[in-house]
Design a protein. Sequence first.
Length: 274
Amino acid sequence: MATRVGRYTIQLNSPPSILSYASVVGKKEGQGPLSKEFDYIQQDTKFGEKTWEKAESRMQNDTLNLALKKADVTVDKVDIIFAGDLLNQCIGTTYGLRDFQIPFAGIYGACSTMAESLSMASIFVEGGSANISAAVTSSHFCTAERQYRLPLEYGGQRSPSAQWTATGSGAVILGRGGIGPYVKEITFGRMVDLGIKDQSNMGAAMAPAAADTLKNYFQDTGVSPDSFDLIASGDLGLIGSGLLRELLQSDGIVLGDNYQDCGLLLYDRVKQDV
C-alpha cells in the first residue's frame, strides 16, 4: 500500500517494475548524441502521413507497439493507458491509440505529461487497480510550433532563448514483480509562477516549479542530491537548467555533475541549430 512521506511525496511500498520501454524519434533527434539509444529513427518528418498531427499519432502508435513487443505483452493484458501530448484535446494521443481499445485516461500536462502518466500508471499497479499499465507521450516540433508559438508557414524568426521541441514519443510498460527498475517514490509538484510570460523562454518559466519540486522531495525523504547517479529534468534547456541550479543553491541545495537536462542531452548545440 502506498504511504505519504512528508507533504508532497508518495512512497510505493509494493513498487511496480518497468517491464519495457520504447522510443521513436524524428530525423533531427536521430542526428543528436543519443541516436544509438532510440528504438527507431524516422527520416520522414510526416511519418508517411499527410499532416503533422497524423504524424504524431502514428509515432505514438508505433512506440506503444514497440514497447508491448519488447515486454512480450499482448494488448488484452494491458489494463489501462495514461497518455497525452501537447495538442488540443490530446488528438495526437486519442487518434494514435484508439485502435488498441485499451481503457484510456488522457493527461494534458504539457512538458510534465510523461512524468504524470508514469506516476499514475505506477500508482494504479501498486494499488491493485491494474496488473499491467502503460504510460505514453509524444511531441512533434511542427505541431508544437503551431500550438504554442507560430505556424512554420509564417516564417517567424526564433529568439535565441526559444527551445526546440523534440519530435519523439516514449512509452513505458509497468507491471507487478519483474526485475526492475522500479518506481519507488513519486513527488507531485505544485504550481510556482514567477511571472515569466515569454513564450520563447519556457525554460525560465518552468525552472521555479522544477526547483520547488526537487527541494520538496529532498526535504520529504531526507536524501541528498549526491545520493543519486542521475537527476534529470525534462526540458528546461540551457537557460532553465542553469536557473534551476541557482534557485536550489539559494535554498542550500547544490546539484553536482549528476544533474542533467534531457533537452540538453538530446541535441548537439554546436553542430545542430537548436
